[in-house]
Write a protein that binds this ligand. Structure first.
Ligand code: NAD
Ligand code: G6P
Ligand code: MN
Length: 433
């Protein structure tokens, strides 16, 4: 019987996770689900936890749903631990977005200066969690969803020395959910291959006869079509000629790099109206919790689809079922490269198509990238390594190096000022600096 633990259980996403477990009730002999949060999240945990309990009951299941602030009690003898916490909660995200915006830079939860600081705040906490797991549940799998998901997975492996980890994102899931019908196919007729790093990956697709259909899908993605784009990303279209040269489908987040000028302008307009994404999400979250308070509600409300992470449970719950049942499912995960992306170091984390089974993730060979994508990827992956090292050591010079490498941050006095301001703004969550 399985003991499943979710850290950051008070998240408004939790009903989706519970729904994912309920869908897989035949595959997963669940006995206990532990939702863990912190004092500041107590109120949310109680509301969404009660909602989770109602969902389980309505499904006629006898699973125990525990709500706790005691992480160690929860982790004791756990089989799977998933993480969906946000250090500093939404107010910290507002700072991550608005401080760079003030200086004319992109403000985004996983990209640019804000993404770097989300890593700085999260790395110390995740390494603590790994230390707890080593003592309390050394056989457990860690399913990381906490952003920046790829960098957090890198920290877990490289500095936590914990290899039973899989990093996840919903973006590949959304692509595979939406693209097949654009070309009149179903997912099981197509072969997908993804490679890159989290929020910076590309993919190619083949049909059942082995014919590549990547360009056919790209054609359909133009016009009014933002199929597969998460709701949190503003849809500035890519340049079609550029994609034709690339012959791969970029992920939604590539917009920040390929159309930086337009994405910045859009973000700054939202900033001036006090409507950055974190501010919008604060509003959506209030509405969601209002619904969750209803003692009659015992299913996931459709409004949860307004969150960018919709469908993440398809990744999280399927990863757990695939490991537990040794299903050897194709999933796109952050895992150790091991040569699957030969343009990147083999002993670091990449986001790649992999087979998920009892041994964890076995990445599939993708092959070399063309020079343009190779250049981007090597810069971005090495920047991630600098960010994670800075997050572990608290080295100010390395933090400045990361800022300087980041393509969304012009180098110079402004960059340094943004770094200094964010260090002060987030001081309470940055014990390492
Ligand atoms: P949120 O602000 O609602 O935070 C979730 C919960 O984490 C809160 O209840 C909070 O109190 C709790 N928390 C904060 N610090 C904690 C700690 N040290 N230990 C335990 N719990 C703690 O966040 P959210 O909007 O629900 O997002 C949760 C996380 O999932 C974020 O990191 C977000 O970036 C990430 N996310 C990832 C993806 C993906 O594709 N990988 C998609 C969506 C969201
Ligand atoms: C996305 C991503 C996440 C991201 C999130 C933001 O699609 O894959 O990693 O951070 O959704 O969603 P939100 O609703 O919080 O802006
Ligand atoms: Mn993601």
């Amino acid at each position: 019987a399985l003991k499943l633990v979710t850290i950051g259980g008070g998240s408004s996403y939790t009903p989706e996770l519970i729904e994912g477990y309920i869908k897989r009730r035949e595959q997963l002999p669940i006995k206990e689900i532990w939702l863990v949060d912190i004092e500041a999240g107590m109120e949310k945990l109680k509301i969404v936890g009660a909602m989770a309990q109602r969902m389980v009951k309505a499904a006629g299941l006898d699973w125990e749903v525990h709500l706790t602030l005691d992480r160690q009690a929860a982790l004791k003898d756990a089989d799977f631990v998933s993480t969906q916490f946000r250090v500093g909660r939404l107010p910290a995200r507002i700072k991550d977005e608005r401080i760079p915006n003030y200086y004319g830079l992109i403000g985004q939860e996983t990209n640019g200066a804000g993404g770097i600081f989300k890593a700085f705040r999260t790395v110390p906490v995740i390494l603590d969690i790994v230390a707890d797991m080593k003592r309390l549940c050394p056989q457990a799998w860690l399913i990381n969803f906490t952003n920046p998901s790829g960098m957090i997975t890198e920290a877990i492996r490289t500095y936590g020395h914990w290899d039973r980890v899989i990093g996840l994102c919903n973006v590949p899931v959304m692509a595979m959910l939406s693209e097949p019908e654009l070309i009149g196919k179903t997912l099981d007729q197509l072969t997908y291959k993804f490679a890159g790093i989290d929020h910076f990956h590309w993919h190619r697709v083949w049909d059942e006869s082995g014919q590549e259909v990547t360009m056919t899908i790209i054609d359909k993605l133009f016009g009014d079509n933002d199929a597969g784009l998460p709701t949190n990303i503003f849809d500035v279209p890519f340049f079609k000629d550029q994609l034709a040269a690339m012959r791969m489908i970029p992920c939604g987040y590539h917009r920040y790099y390929y159309r930086q000028e337009e994405m910045t302008a859009h973000g700054l307009a939202e900033y001036r109206e006090n409507k950055t994404r974190a501010q919008q999400v604060t509003q959506i979250e209030e509405e969601l919790f209002e619904l969750y308070r209803d003692p009659e509600l015992d299913y996931k409300p459709k409004q949860l689809a307004e969150r960018g992470g919709a469908h993440y449970s398809d990744a999280a719950c399927e990863a757990i079922a695939s490991i537990y049942r040794d299903k050897k499912t194709h999933m796109v995960v952050s895992t150790l490269n091991q040569g699957s992306v030969p343009d990147l170091p083999s002993d670091h984390v990449v986001e790649v198509s992999a087979q998920i089974g009892a041994a964890g993730a076995v990445p599939m060979a993708f092959g070399h990238f063309q020079p343009a994508e190779r250049g981007w990827l090597q810069l971005m992956k090495n920047m991630e390594l600098v960010i994670v090292e800075a997050a572990v050591t608290g080295d100010y010079g390395l933090a400045l190096q990361a800022f300087t490498m980041n393509p969304l941050i012009p180098s110079g006095a402004t960059a340094k000022r943004v770094l200094d301001e964010l260090l002060i703004a987030h001081q309470a969550y940055l014990p390492q600096f």
